[in-house]
Design a protein around this ligand. Sequence first.
Ligand code: SF4
Length: 326
Amino acid sequence: MDLNQIVERAIKNEPPTYEEALALLRFEDEETLLLVDAAWRVRRAFFGNRVKVNVLLNAKSGYCPEDCGYCSQSRHAQSQINRYPMMSVEEIVEKAREAFSKGANRFCIVTAMRGPTWRDIERVAEATRRIKAEIPIEICACMGIIDDPAKAKLLKEAGVDAYNHNINTTAERYDKITRTHTYADRVQTAQTIKQAGISLCSGVIIGMGESDEEIVNLAYSLRELEAESIPVNFLIPIKGTPLGNGKTTKTLTPWRCLRVLAIFRLTNPKAEIRASAGREIHLRTLQPLAMLIANSLFLGDYLTEKGQKAEDDWQMLEDLGLIAQL
Ligand code: SF4
């Protein structure tokens, strides 16, 4: 296989063929640095040495009626987490100020719910208006299923830049992960968001028992959906969730995680690829190599789980010569 040719095509925004992507995902560990280099050349062509720094806010925690098998915030999970209702506008704005002071380019407001009521939407819209009036930071909202285009329109008008709604896993595997909504529901929301003119952030969780073929299919699905940012999460098995025993993450070695990231980069060359939750426990000391493929990361903690210390992330980016910039 000619990696130079794959890189040249990717720089023209042409993805590898399905067979090529599958073969790359199956590279031996000792060959994987060649793939990292190929992905780095594509990343550099589109993003230079820039990296987008995102900070998450769990603005409403727990009590979610959905039954996503990976999630500690599901009402069905037995996880020990801090549960609380939706934060006030003032609290959200204050958290955005904190995120900005830590160097964030994008502030992600997440609410654990099936989908937002009008009251929820209006609160996030008001917080966004106030943040945008005060701080130069992008806002991403993540509030579950949006089936009413008028709700998406209100978020757009308030200044919400992006909406996160992960596809997570393939349509075929969906009912093994959740039974309270479908893959088609997720795609429908992604389309509603795009139609409202909001940038689509949609990604995956790797390590839930999916095959190599499914990983490649996920990368192609996100290309078809035209996701502008793609968080690639590696499952954190959380105690008290159905996937909390860690059985499905055994194959997630650091080299395999790098190959997965590279497949998403080569298949979606222009997208913001984010090395997301779980990078600390699955990539471990190879995390810096991930940032040569991904051009985005979450700084600090995840929704209910601890991340790497912010100062360690900043040190890693500085050592790599990467600069936080939109
Ligand atoms: S919809 Fe979101 S918050 Fe609710 S259980 Fe699923 S992942 Fe968790």
